[in-house]
Design a protein. Sequence first.
Length: 416
Amino acid sequence: MCGIFAYLNYRVPQTRRDIFQTLINGLQRLEYRGYDSAGVAVDGSGKDHTASISLYKKTGKVKALDEEIYKNNSIDFEAELDTHFGIAHTRWATHGEPSPLNSHPHRSDKNNEFVVIHNGIITNYKELKKYLVSKGYDFESDTDTEVIPKLIKYLYDNRENDYVSFSTLVERVIQQLEGAFALVFKSIHFPGEAVATRRGSPLLIGVRSQYELSTEQIPVQYNCSKSDEQEKNLLNRRGSTNALHSVHDRLAVEFYFASDAFMQKEIFEQPESVVNTMRGRICFDSNTVILGGLSDHLKEIKRCRRLIVIGCGTSYHAGVATRQILEELTELPVMVELASDFLDRITPVFRDDVCFFISQSGETADTLMALRYCKQRGALTLGVTNTVGSSICRETDCGVHINAGPEVGVASTKVL
């Protein structure tokens, strides 16, 4: 998985050192996702810092990138910038070997007119690359991502007038892309502007007197927006229809602890997670369980004729583990399906089915596709997730939050 992080300080004076430190800190908090290289893009040096973009890329750890940046004597780290937009990326190679050329951010040309960071896969990149090569564009990497900055430069060079906005150009680009992606763009032609868009891949924006964007669902000391993916990819400072909601009641991830690894930390948190999951939901006086998220749909659930439990990986095994008790309690047939296999078989789903979708992150791609498949066939959909505001939470009819707290380790311990 790639990780993307961007930071915009708008009329908040920051030194170049502070900006680099914010971007590096953002990447370090995405390290657990796995990666083989990292890179950042910031405004260039000089009096008019917005007239150029500087790229810094390195294979290996984020720490190696940090050290490489501070070895550069041409950077004025103490220069104070009133408004600045920087982007950062950790890459796990899917197209091309790990190398600085294949690392993100990718650029449109040698002048770095447009740069982009990308999480996802562009499935039609070969066709786009062939077309752009025929128009005289040279490629320097083996990645699918490089077609994106080249394509936006082609559209900019061939724009109908000088009043085309940055977001309009990005919209035209994504109309040509196939696949799943989360993208953040930066350009010398639109200084101080941040444009982000997504299809399939998650993307959050947080506001705390500055903007930060990330593909990760875990809140890390910032607020997030609950913007539907159908909404426009530009969040304007004025006249915006997006609503930002405080998430101060959600626990931020603690990154400094005595344990040697996230997995070890989360194993120690298992007792607390079990208590948090049950808190307020079990009435021992009446021996009942109260799940408020299901109350509006209880009549439909009681009328159903079959239960289908769908998940991937650990979530699938959790479904298998609970199948027997579900059958005993409901006296209904219970199917437990691996999401990818469920889709491949084009499994029959009916209006009197209740489909459970289990996902710790709420963003598992195959599970999301299975959810949309079941919704198209009229089934009642129910989400079981550990992440408030995730895609599965938003798209299901009802659901239950596990409330086990953030789980960062790849191996699911406390949530399972």
